[in-house]
Design a protein around this ligand. Structure first.
Ligand code: UDX
Length: 442
């Protein structure tokens, strides 16, 4: 099938690449000329395992193309995906200007039936707005004879495993009340709908809410566990034991109940906030979501609080080795990363940071530039030199079994603040470290 994808961000590029991989013919449209040119030359704007070969091979095979020409895009696809960003506006609501701009572009140039599919995460009711926008412009063009369907098809990919998530989805949610659109979407996704039925068809509004409900549920699990961890610390319990104890109940499950330094990334913080705002706009008090958000904001400050307490509030002139800058492993994404809240608090208190991350060094440099109080280190060991303590913020595999003797030798003081419970407290004690972690009192 011929497909057009508007917006070559994370979601759009991965979606386009996997559709091309199974044989569809895909054109990606973006307003950023530089990005389009670089993609044509095989330069991928994001770090995502497996994405680069997929883009290069399918581009070389002629099934995946990139353009800034919106008219070419509209003419190409039988299905037009909208995968542009929905950044939070001033009050945290999702800003729909890019989504509606693409809808307008499609309406201005279409001259046959079109299926317009919303892949961006958009508030409930956006499908109706897209529908109205397209109908308005078609009427202005005197082309109200042209028919179209608006479909909601939310994306559930995780950064770091985006290609795998999309190639083997758990579910494919399709929001539409049109039989025709449902059939076309089923055909488009048939290559991914193997082994068992994964397509779940529902109305547009339910599909839109499904995306938010999924992310907010996951965020709730994390904030709940962080709350339990904070309680465990005070009560003298071990959250890791508690995690096992509750995860063994299949109704709770082991996934997504790891306490830590708070959730970050481009989705959870934004989506929880956007759903709170959606609720506010209809005078509904989303009490649970507000608590989830508040707990998370506070959780991002807990590592700093532990460091500050350990050094009796005297952090001026201290140097901290920081391992892990990205909001989670296997990505270079620093959006809403807990490392940023920590670093900014350390700098505010007059401390310096020697930071290392396997992928996010460029991103850190881009965000913070050349500050005097941050040293970007080429290896995890060089970050340790003469530092007063090691702070672990992101649980990269490369940090799981470090040489503890080297750590001890390089640090001025054998102290570790671990925001991800990477190590066993008893072993750390035996190795001679002062070891702080999350939800474990020892
Ligand atoms: C998330 C959803 O998982 C995905 O389905 C959706 O489409 C987009 O948002 P992503 O933001 O890539 O994906 O990251 P994810 O792996 O879900 O992690 C989100 C955050 O939660 C990270 O900061 C992570 O460290 C944190 N987290 C996750 C925990 O603190 N504890 C856990 O148990 C799990």
């Amino acid at each position: 099938m011929k497909v057009t994808v508007f917006g070559i961000g994370y979601v759009g590029l991965v979606q386009a690449a996997i559709l091309a991989e199974v044989g569809h013919n895909v054109i990606c449209v973006d307003v950023d000329e530089g990005k389009v040119e670089r993609l044509k030359q095989g330069q991928i704007p994001i770090y995502e395992p497996g994405l680069e070969p997929l883009v290069k091979e399918n581009h070389a095979a002629g099934r995946l193309n990139f353009t800034t020409n919106a008219i070419e895009g509209v003419n190409h696809g039988e299905v037009q995906f909208i995968a542009v960003g929905t950044p939070p506006d001033e009050d945290g609501s999702a800003d729909l200007k890019y989504v509606l701009a693409v809808a307008s572009t499609i309406a201005q140039h279409m001259d046959r039936h079109q299926i317009v599919v919303d892949k961006s995460t958009v508030p409930v009711g956006t499908g109706d707005k897209v529908q109205a926008q397209i109908a308005k412009i078609l009427a202005e063009r005197g082309r109200s004879d042209l028919t179209f369907n608006v479909v909601s098809n939310p994306e559930f990919l995780k950064e770091g495993s985006a290609v795998a998530d999309c190639m083997k989805p758990d579910r494919i949610v399709i929001g539409t009340d049109s039989q025709h659109a449902e059939e076309v979407m089923r055909e488009l996704y048939a290559p991914f709908n193997r082994n068992h039925e994964k397509i779940i068809v529902m109305d547009v509004r339910s599909a839109e809410l499904t995306k938010y409900a999924a992310n907010c549920m996951l965020a709730t699990k994390i904030s709940f566990m962080n709350e339990m961890a904070n309680l465990a610390e005070i009560l003298g319990a071990d959250i890791e034991a508690v995690r096992h104890g509750i995860g063994s109940d299949p109704r709770i499950g082991y996934h997504f109940i790891y306490p830590g330094v708070g959730y970050g990334g481009s989705c959870f913080p934004k989506d929880v906030q956007a759903l709170i705002r959606t609720a506010d706009h209809i005078n509904f008090d989303a009490k649970v979501l507000k608590a989830v958000e508040a707990r998370n904001n506070e959780q991002k400050t807990t590592l700093f609080a532990k460091i500050n307490k350990h050094f009796n509030g005297n952090l001026k002139g201290k140097t901290f080795a920081l391992w892990g800058l990205s909001f989670k492993p296997n990505t270079d994404d620093m959006r809403e990363a807990p490392s940023r809240v920590l670093m900014e608090a350390l700098w505010e208190a007059g401390a310096k940071v020697q930071a290392y991350d396997p992928e996010a060094m460029h991103e850190t440099q881009r965000i913070y530039g050349n500050r005097e109080d941050i040293l970007l280190c080429g290896t995890k060991e060089s970050a340790l030199k003469h530092a007063d303590a090691l702070v672990i913020v992101t649980e990269w595999q490369a940090f799981r079994a470090p040489d503890f003797d080297v750590i001890k030798e390089l640090l001025s003081e054998a102290t570790i603040f671990d925001g991800r419970n990477m190590y066993d407290p008893k072993r750390m004690q035996k190795r001679g470290f002062t070891y702080y972690s999350v939800g474990r009192s020892s």
